[in-house]
Write a protein of this length. Structure first.
Length: 294
């Protein structure tokens, strides 16, 4: 049910589920904010269901991370109705509006045994006056986001904790094309966003802490200190404590006195320095820390 690329906005790809209702095959979409939803549209491939349920999540319930690192679901989903898959092409279901942030489609019965389920597109319709709220503020750099497993950390935080991360990469800079969750915001507005966030995440690399374009990171962490915001460093490169040796490593704690006042040797950090090795284990530690800041 949970896939990082299921909302990539490309209709050329499709989502497919297990055969013949194995593992209660489902797909869900996080809308990013509370909305009054009154309609869903699905475009099934040839492997479409005879019956499927449309469900909505009670907005006071949360998705959670299972022990094996997969996304699980609490029992907070309510069934809107069970619908006929028809001929599989662009099925539309309208219903009384429900207030929710997440809509889930659960496949009940396959039309053809042995083929499972396959969906080209899944659209949700409704209204909302609410802008997405950012749960976390992430200070990083464009270069760091070009490394797939580094921006995967941020994507996975959003997916698992169901809270948006505001990306601070410096005014006028643009992230890689494959990072769609980005809002180019003036510095003053970014400061207001930080004020309403639960914690500040900083991806610590030579680029972000020792590079020539790290002024926004210094400003971000200085503001975090003034606001009393929890700072959570994610170290993504090997570190050294000796500035005169191993210049290819990240100096820890940082040399800049403003950064050192916020990121000192006593501040715990999440160690991703060996790249994406043991990713699930390290990401689980990050989730535990973030949940402790809620």
């Amino acid at each position: 049910g949970a896939r990082e690329d299921r909302s990539d906005r490309h209709i050329s790809g499709r989502w497919s589920g297990a055969r013949d209702c194995e593992d209660k095959c489902w797909i869900a979409v996080d809308l990013g904010c509370l909305a009054l939803v009154d309609e869903v549209k699905l475009d099934f491939e040839a492997a479409f269901p005879r019956l499927y349920k449309v469900m909505y999540e009670k907005h006071d319930e949360l998705m959670h991370l299972q022990s094996d690192g997969r996304l699980g679901v609490e029992s907070g989903f309510q069934t809107i109705g069970t619908f006929d898959g028809g001929d599989g092409n662009y099925t539309t279901n309208a219903f009384e509006p429900v207030l929710t942030r997440c809509i889930k489609i659960e496949m009940v019965q396959p039309r053809h045994l042995g083929w499972g389920f396959s969906v080209w597109s899944f659209s949700v319709f409704g209204t909302s006056n609410e802008k997405p709220n950012y749960g976390y503020y992430c200070s990083t750099t464009v270069r760091d986001l070009k490394t797939w497993w580094k921006y995967k950390i941020i994507d996975d935080v959003e997916l698992t904790l169901r809270k948006k991360c505001y990306l601070s990469i410096g005014e006028g800079n643009l992230p890689p094309n494959n990072y769609i969750h980005f809002e180019d915001t003036p510095h003053e507005k970014a400061t207001d966003i930080m004020r309403n966030c639960e914690a500040v995440i900083v991806i610590c690399s030579r680029e972000s802490l020792m590079g020539q374009r790290n002024a926004h990171v210094i400003d971000d962490l200085s503001n975090a200190k003034k606001m009393g915001k929890p700072v959570i460093p994610i170290v993504v490169e090997e570190i050294t404590t000796n500035s005169s040796q191993e210049s290819w490593k990240l100096l820890w704690p940082p040399a800049d006195h403003r950064l050192r006042s916020v990121i000192d040797s006593s501040l715990p950090f999440i160690d991703f320095s060996d790249g994406n090795q043991r990713y699930d284990e390290k990401f689980g530690s990050l989730v535990d820390v973030l949940r402790g800041k809620e």
